[in-house]
Design a protein around this ligand. Sequence first.
Ligand SMILES: [Zn+2]
Ligand SMILES: [Zn+2]
Length: 183
Amino acid sequence: MRAIDVRDLLESPGSSRTVHVEEPVPGLRTELADVPEDTPIAADLTLESVVEGIFVRGSLEGRFAMRCARCLKTFERDFDVEMTELVAREPGPDDDYALEPDLTLDPEPIVRDAVVLEMPFSPLCRPDCLGLCEICGGDRNLGECPGHEVTDPRWDALDVLLQHLEALPDEGPSDDDDRTTTR
Ligand SMILES: [Zn+2]
Ligand SMILES: [Zn+2]
């Protein structure tokens, strides 16, 4: 995103101005969601000159492309995020953002952080998505899974354990007197 010249604001504390920025922000991506790089994020921001620097507040609008965590279908959803941040002139340890040395304001880090917070970790194409069948991979939303005979997976684990025990050589911690034969 282009830097915003804020020297005029810094010269008159208390003054403010609104800006509209509309640009793509690359690299906004989590495992199941991203902001497509050809989709601009529109920011309507009010920049206010305060003693510490520039106070930025406003809204960000854009579009998430997502993959359903249950059925893996792709879908899109618009987002609208409100944000309020201070961009400090002389940043201290508690300041997350700072003005550039040439007294411009780069909106990109603020926009990026606000949008990432909004990105869903576990997006669902619809709240009651039935997901894919673990056995045949069919999409249960589309009735693709014919249904299967159900066995309790806990018994599978027990079967494996029993097979393992049977396969062990017959020595183990036996009662008492045959220590000399092993090892
Ligand atoms: Zn789904
Ligand atoms: Zn199935």
